[in-house]
Design a protein around this ligand. Structure first.
Ligand code: GTP
Ligand code: MG
Ligand code: ZN
Length: 328
């Protein structure tokens, strides 16, 4: 019945159960999903080999949504700001995590599609950074083929974390870009604007690190809700941001705010590929005594362990590698 209508293109900015906010030409359209897409449950992807046509059981369907934030969709307008999504265009990139469902299996959750870069957010203090989580984000971004930017927030509290500079130096040496920002004093905001301009970026980081505060600092008129000072322990209480949402930046580009994610399981990474996703390890893969068969654990003549001993690779990053590998 809609086929005679010209279809419009838009981008999914936000979603709540069964409803998708599709942004098009500066307007938001409240869309539902055509039953055809629901039935087919095809995951469009830039990689044609990963197209899945398999019919899932009803129980499984509860845990997957064929539409992700960032998807380019074709929709038909039904008037009064409402519409129906009829097609999801192939994804250029996708940032995914593993979502285990007890008693079932592990599902892929596409956090954001078509992003250009991942912005990993950690606070200088409150909460104290846990770098193992950063390594998890960096590996996920590398696996998705996306560059990462490390943003340290709350630099006005940096005096409370005497280890910060030495810790960051590890990542600087690997080649990651680090920006230090305070949403309170405005330090680092011009550099952040420079790094975000014209790109679609995704903020990832645990609850309370100040992701939404960054958005407010960049674009005060958004007036987004952030955790009130003194509202329980930062990072322990309820998440302040409850939904993934994409925002258009006045200076050009898009930024996706995410709720702090407690679990961030690696999705679809083969154990033997993990070392390639650590830039400082990848060049050493294949130089071990056991060649490509080396797991870089207790094997004799391991080039990667030798590099750790020689001080060329950070022992923390190596430990992260072993931790993540044990999960795969
Ligand atoms: N001192 C200081 N406090 C900050 C800064 N940025 C954010 N905060 C405070 O940190 C708390 C958490 O900030 P949010 O922006 O809500 O954190 P979030 O990462 O969006 O958290 P979730 O939405 O729960 O994932 C709030 O009380 C902010 O006022 C900063 O640069 N300096
Ligand atoms: Mg938030
Ligand atoms: Zn090895």
């Amino acid at each position: 019945m809609y086929t005679n209508e010209p279809n419009d293109l838009g981008v999914v900015f936000r979603k709540t159960l069964g409803h998708y906010t599709v942004h098009t030409h500066g307007r938001d359209i409240d869309c539902e999903l055509s039953s055809r897409i629901h039935k087919q449950l095809i995951y469009p992807s830039a990689d044609p080999s990963s197209l899945r046509h398999r019919v899932m059981s009803v129980r499984e369907i509860d845990h997957v949504d064929p539409v992700a934030i960032g998807d380019q969709v074709r929709f038909v307008e039904a008037g009064a700001g409402r519409g129906l999504i009829v097609e999801i265009l192939p994804r250029r990139t996708r940032l995914s995590r593993a979502m285990p469902v007890p008693g079932q299996r592990v599902f892929e959750q596409v956090i954001v599609s078509n992003a250009d870069q991942v912005v990993t957010v950690f606070a200088a203090a409150h909460p104290t950074p846990k770098w193992g989580l950063l390594d998890r984000y960096l590996v996920t971004a590398e696996a998705a083929g996306l560059p990462s930017l490390i943003v340290i927030t709350k630099t006005d509290l940096a005096a409370q974390n005497p280890d910060l500079e030495a810790d960051l130096e590890t990542y600087r040496r690997i080649g990651y870009t680090i920006l230090q920002i305070s949403s309170v004093t405005g330090e680092g905001i011009p550099e952040l604007i420079q790094a975000l301009r014209g790109k679609t970026s995704v903020l990832v980081g645990k609850s309370g690190v100040g992701k939404t505060s960054l958005l407010n600092a960049l674009q005060p008129e958004l007036g987004l809700r952030v955790k009130a000072v003194g509202q329980g322990d930062v990072g322990k209480g309820r998440h302040t941001t409850s939904h993934l949402q994409m925002f258009e930046l006045d200076f050009g580009g898009h930024l996706v705010d995410t709720p702090g994610m407690r679990e961030f399981g690696l999705w679809n990474i083969a154990p033997e590929d993990l070392a390639y996703l650590f830039p400082e390890l990848s060049a050493r893969v294949g130089r071990c005594k056991f060649g490509l068969g080396c797991r870089h654990d207790h094997e004799p003549g391991c080039a990667i362990r030798q590099a750790v001993t020689a001080g060329e690779v950070s022992p923390y990053r190596y430990k992260s590698y072993l931790n993540l590998r044990s999960e795969l």
